[in-house]
Design a protein around this ligand. Structure first.
Ligand SMILES: Nc1nc2c(c(=O)[nH]1)N[C@H]1C(S)=C(S)[C@@H](COP(=O)(O)O)O[C@H]1N2
Ligand SMILES: [Mo]
Length: 323
């Protein structure tokens, strides 16, 4: 895959011994394949390949994805705003940078590395990861930590469907996500604004919650690059920065990970990042927000209005400490 590179991580750090040995065998085979593609039959690679076939039908099915009961009935933010007012530091730090530079990212082919405490590790093509039957249209509020918000008609699937298929081990307590690292396509990565790659994580029960979505589309069309194509997380009750874009790695692990924003400013951004009007950002209030396309401000809702669905996940946790 041209210009494509995975973030380097030490596999034995996060992988139990038997899986680690499997992985080494897989990597040897992959290396062998690269050296002499004609000598090795593809079946030798089937070893760690998924036990299900590739199916590209999701690519066309997303246009007719059925509406979800979880959808908000609020007025949608217009498509132009959703696709031209973005945070995607890989393209630059200004709101217009992602739409201005998104054409420099190539998302086909795309693969996702699944690793760590999981029964089905491997490098998966998107067509092996996504099932068209899973697709739904989900209209969610998005609340950025910068105190603006939008209402976005995503097309995607519940992350729980994918996780069930990958079968994490019972010792897995967190899922870590990483964005592609490739400064040749992501001009913003030529600057050290963030310790690339962008990294995020969820507790396993958060990842398995039915509201947690993997988006592949927007407004009934393929996800635009500036919105995190081809695959991005959407966690509607958390600040927008948890919803990591252009994902290439899914890692199951026991320890709570440190996300990119947490690493950058631990006094400003926590691991949980639940939308909470009562816990202010050290530099501004979180009590209200500016809904793009509206004048004036609205009250910010606890868990971004999804308290009924998710408050139970945090019972007993002091949300002023675990912000
Ligand atoms: N990889 C990556 N993911 C990211 C970001 C980023 O800079 N890089 N920005 C986050 C922030 S701060 C927000 S508010 C949302 C914005 O998503 P949108 O541009 O699709 O509205 O993406 C999040 N995901
Ligand atoms: Mo954000």
């Amino acid at each position: 895959m041209k210009g494509y590179r995975y973030p380097s991580i030490s596999l034995n750090e996060v992988t139990p011994e038997p899986l680690y040995r499997d992985r080494r065998r897989f990597m040897k085979q992959a290396a062998g394949l690269a050296l002499g593609a004609t000598l090795l039959p593809p079946s030798l690679l089937a070893d760690t390949a998924p036990a299900w076939p590739a199916d590209s039908s999701w690519r066309t099915a997303l246009a007719d994805a059925p509406a979800s009961d979880f959808s908000s009935r609020e007025t949608l933010t217009d498509e132009r705003t959703i696709t031209s007012y973005n945070n995607f530091f890989e393209f630059g730090t200004r709101k217009r940078d992602p739409s201005d530079w998104a054409h420099q990212l190539s998302t086909d082919p795309w693969s996702v590395r699944v690793e760590g405490l999981v029964e089905q590790p491997g490098v998966y093509d998107l067509d092996q990861l996504i099932k068209s039957a899973w697709l739904e249209e989900r209209i969610y509020r998005l609340r950025c930590v910068e105190a603006w918000s939008m209402v976005i008609p995503w097309v995607g699937f519940q992350l729980s469907h994918l996780i069930n298929q990958l079968k994490p081990l019972s010792s897995a307590r967190y899922v870590v996500f990483e964005t592609l690292y490739d400064p040749s396509q992501f001009r913003g990565q030529r600057q050290q604004t963030i310790d690339w790659p962008y990294r995020e994580g969820l507790r396993m029960d958060e990842a398995m919650h039915p509201l947690t979505l993997m988006a592949v589309g927007l407004y009934g069309k393929t996800l635009p690059n500036q919105n995190g194509a081809p695959l991005r997380l959407v966690v509607p009750w958390k600040y927008g920065f948890k919803s990591i874009k252009s994902i290439v790695t899914l890692r199951f692990q026991e320890e709570q990970p440190v996300s990119s924003w947490q690493a950058l400013a631990p006094n400003e951004y926590g691991f949980y990042a639940n939308v909470n009007p009562e816990v202010n950002h050290p530099r501004w209030s979180q009590a209200t927000e500016r809904r793009l396309g509206e004048s004036g401000r609205r009250a910010t809702l606890m868990f971004n209005g999804y308290a009924e669905e998710v408050a139970h996940l945090y019972r007993g946790l002091d949300l002023r400490v675990h912000y």
